[in-house]
Design a binder for this molecule. Structure first.
Ligand SMILES: [Zn+2]
Length: 257
């Protein structure tokens, strides 16, 4: 086969009428060809839009925690093939919002209990100040550039009042914290933090909230200490931020019982 796995697509494109009919990204995506669709997702925005739509439903609890997510129904509703939907669900699974059960399929991750949130903040308070201190010692241009990108993006989101803004803020916040963790020099601690999926659980709990300006100021203090390579201040700023975040979240998770 001259074109390997793309042979049948190349054949289709040889037919002038077919080519005209399938010239838009949307139409090509509905060809139901997995490999090609995945490639196209990289340049098209179908995958992002499917992801955003599902993210928004999971945050707003329109897809209730624990409930099944039927791919066939989403295929009909969005008018796309299974591929971008599966890709979005796999991405959401990696972000802790969706679970995949063998032979059953995808479902929305259950809402954690109050105890789970308490334990999560205890873990963060044990791990993150230590990692911030280490990161201050190893402060690099790469880390500072990344933190600047995330901080800037979060600041821009505060100007938006869309419900989705809070979800996006939480994901950026997760990246901000993961970046410091990955520069701590302790991979095990960074992995432990990552596995908490703290941010994704928090934003489902507070989906109706607006992005908070306070977190932006707290992050700025952390960045300042890291840039100065000041270990003690980095630790202190991280303790302050996580404690303040816990206080902001407490009224929400304490009502879970
Ligand atoms: Zn934060």
């Amino acid at each position: 086969m001259k074109y390997g796995k793309f042979a049948h697509v190349v054949d289709r494109l040889k037919e002038p009428q077919d080519f005209r009919m399938k010239s838009s990204t949307t139409d090509i995506l509905s060809l139901n060809d997995n490999e090609v669709s995945v490639e196209l997702l990289k340049v098209g925005s179908i995958g992002d839009r499917v992801y955003d739509a599902l993210l928004s439903r999971l945050i707003s609890l329109r897809i209730a925690p624990g409930s099944r997510i039927a791919i066939d129904a989403l295929v009909r509703e969005f008018g796309v093939s299974q591929t971008p939907i599966r890709a979005a669900l796999i991405r959401l699974e990696s972000e802790g919002l969706v679970e995949k059960v063998h032979n059953i399929g995808f479902s929305a991750a259950p809402m954690p209990t109050r105890l789970h949130f308490e334990n999560m903040f205890d873990m963060r308070l044990l791990l993150e100040p230590y990692m911030a201190e280490n990161a201050a010692e190893r402060s690099s241009a790469d880390m500072m550039a990344r933190l600047d990108v995330y901080s800037t993006a979060m600041t821009e989101l505060t100007r938006s009042d869309a419900k989705l803004a809070y979800g996006k803020f939480a994901l950026l916040d997760a990246k901000f914290h993961a970046c410091i963790a990955s520069h701590s020099g302790n991979e095990l601690a960074a992995e432990a933090l990552n596995r908490l999926y703290a941010h994704t659980h928090m934003f489902r709990l507070r989906y109706h909230s607006q992005v908070t300006e306070e977190a932006i100021h707290e992050h700025a203090k952390i960045v300042e200490a890291l840039a100065a390579g000041n270990k003690a201040k980095a630790r202190e700023a991280m303790v302050e931020h996580i404690s303040a975040s816990r206080a902001r979240m407490a009224p929400f998770f304490q009502s879970l019982d």
